[in-house]
Ligand binder design. Sequence first.
Ligand SMILES: [Fe+2]
Length: 204
Amino acid sequence: MFCRLLKVSRQGFYNYLNNRNRPWKYQLLADAMMEILAEDEYNDTYGRDRMHKALLKKNPEGVDPETVLYEVQCDDGDPEVPGSLSYGLTTIYPNRINGECPFTKGHWHMDETVEEVYEGESGTGLLMYMNHDGMTWCEKVFPGSVHHIAGTLAHRLINTGDVPLKVRAVWPPSAGHNYDEVTAHPFGFRVYRNGDEIKVTAHE
Ligand SMILES: [Fe+2]
């Protein structure tokens, strides 16, 4: 039985304005909104309704503030119990914005000696890695793909398909999650899709 369910919704975009300490959950929407604000000096007067309409206009693929971008179901192990394991199922929904494929915030492990295993359940995507030098690379994720993640690498999932990407994960709870580091030093690449073409491009 899962004891935790984390959902990340587009409604959170608006919350982002008042909660800049947690930009990772709403990064796609935040980027889209900042783009709108930069287009005209008067756009900074936009309220929720006008901003929503502007987002819909810019994103014909749809921007429903209630749409969940991704969710994580967790069954947490006990870090005080030697050998304990945590189990998680991440689902990323196929909601692209301006062609950008949806992604999880990603994280480093607090204890970088601790490894983790991902296994693709359904859908298609990428597992993006980054080392402390900023070197970044990806592995393809598909049903049955297995990914042994070194404790010294940041890792993030990206849905490049048209159906939900589901990935199972197992890790010792002693690993911990270091989100601050990816906020301070974000992944330098984003993934876009145009038709069947998938592009990984540097993000400025
Ligand atoms: Fe992890």
